[in-house]
Design a protein around this ligand. Sequence first.
Ligand code: ZN
Length: 259
Amino acid sequence: MTYYQEFEGIVLFQLPHREKDALVKIFTKEHGKMMFFLKNLQQNNHPLKAASVPFSKAVFLGHISDQGLSFLKDSRDLVHCTSVFEDIYKNAYATYMMHLADAAIEDRIKSVALYQLLDESLFALQKTDCPQLVVHYFEIKMLAFFGLKMNWEHCAFCQQTKGAFDFSIPQQSIICSRHFDEDPYRMQMSPKALHIARQLAFIKSPRQLGQVHLHSETLADLKRLMDEIYEEYVGIHLKSKKYIEQMIDWEKKLTQIKK
Ligand SMILES: [Zn+2]
């Protein structure tokens, strides 16, 4: 007899399988990430069509297999991320967030903390006018799940907590202006961008971000910092990240043409 149970989950991504079927990867709150097999999902009238779209959140009824593929039977309380799904930028950022969460922990490892981070960040992404900032918040918080701890609190050399700071990649820490010489390759961050990075590290929820309007230079600086930290210490190269880079490139080219 097949045993079904209810669990909450966020759809990370979907892969077509053969002609009509699909594999759907869901981050479940109760059991961690897991791949589900959905027979005939590619047919239009499939009852789980809406619930199995990426970024959807729902309470699912399914069979959790200990080793192989698991199966879904039903869903309820579906939260559809329409604004994210339909916005090309938010869609790209959300896809990257899903892939980053997928890369951070093994399948079938329960992590309510990571689940909540993903859930809250996805919610913030829906509401925000500045998706890039939400993604940088997510990236900063994700570092802990990759086993990293950056020091955003005080200078690596003198414990100073106030004043002008920069970021040192080798120190994995902010450094104060008196110790800039300690790292000749410091990130040369603008004070504004570094201040925002520290705020992102300190706040407990992306809901605290509110509506902020940052200059493109500040966002570019934040991105440079995150890219450098991820390149140096996380070392994963996601296709969805590359797609964001291309998107930013296209946008730059388009604004140049418009000028
Ligand atoms: Zn110092």
